[in-house]
Design a protein around this ligand. Sequence first.
Ligand SMILES: *Cc1c(COP(=O)(O)O)cnc(C)c1O
Length: 377
Amino acid sequence: MGVPFLSLAPVYDELRADLDAACARVLASAHYILGPEVERFEREFAAYCGVRHCVSVANGLDALTLILKAAGVGPGDEVLVPGHTFVATWLAVSAAGATPVGVDVAPRTRNLDPARLSTAVTPRTVAVMPVHLYGLPADMDAITGVARRHNLLVVEDAAQAHGARHNGRRAGSLGTAAGFSFYPVKNLGAVGDGGAVTTDDDDLAARVRRLRNYGSVVKYHHEEQGVNSRLDELQAALLSVKLRHLDAWNARRAALAGQYLAALEPLAELTLPSVPAYADPVWHLFVVTHPRRDDLRDALAAVGVQSLIHYPVPPHRSGAYAGGPCQPGDLGTSERLAAQVLSLPISPHHTGEQVRTVAERVREFCLPGPGARPAVA
Ligand SMILES: *Cc1c(COP(=O)(O)O)cnc(C)c1O
């Protein structure tokens, strides 16, 4: 039995009536940009995250970029970012005109290592951008402590962490502001691109709201050089429907993750995700590491099990940041992870049977089979 990495078709099957109704409502309203659906979704998502403001934008990269711009981060400024993340974290800093400075991640959490933050701070450092990678909240108490000592802004990259909790508080409410993505495969996904900024800071929210709409509050009066980065009414209406199911979907992911953890512990050379006491993750991805990652991936593919690599090239090694100041070994854990991580299938619509199949195939690869035993005992 093959197991696909992910299929979005079951989401539509599950919610077809409500999603169709939301589409029909927006089409009939003939109001497609910055209307009541966007206002409602922003209210709902702010309440869900436990913050005062949600400002929706066109995608996750814009959410992060506009937070930085709204906070006045720009040319000459440095922003600390993890060495192991999706490249958008770094690109947001560059898009704001500032310089991303890679900091290595901790091997167990695969998130920003707070112990390495202080040494990366220079007089130019103005912000730190922890990522809740794979749905696991970063070590926010430690990171916030360092940020306070050095007077740094804390911007969460929450693009993989809708609903995750850190000591009971939701991702999106743990820093100065947070950027979310509603790219279709995220835990809360649109049927196209989408994103949002969440924050308790009134001024920051107001400035992001202005920046996303041509720098304008009153039509044709442009206070500053803004951009066009808006969530449309259709996406907002669909996201409102899906938001009501997010907690149930995340619980389903957690159940499957628990099943993987039980089935795969302990296997030589295979490292499983570990969950610190402060964290209530939402398992955007279930990521293991193995020193022979590519062989494991091939072995799974040979029996029809799809897996993916998030991410094979760390940002500082990509063409986009080639020739940067990183020395070999500065981001050693990030580089090892890029060579060893493998994402196994997980989603609210995978079955326990499918996860059992994947886990069995992984075990077969990791345990020496009959062929590996000496012929004579
Ligand atoms: C998806 C993602 C983004 C970017 O979101 P888009 O909506 O694709 O622009 C940023 N950071 C991380 C960690 C992501 O996974």
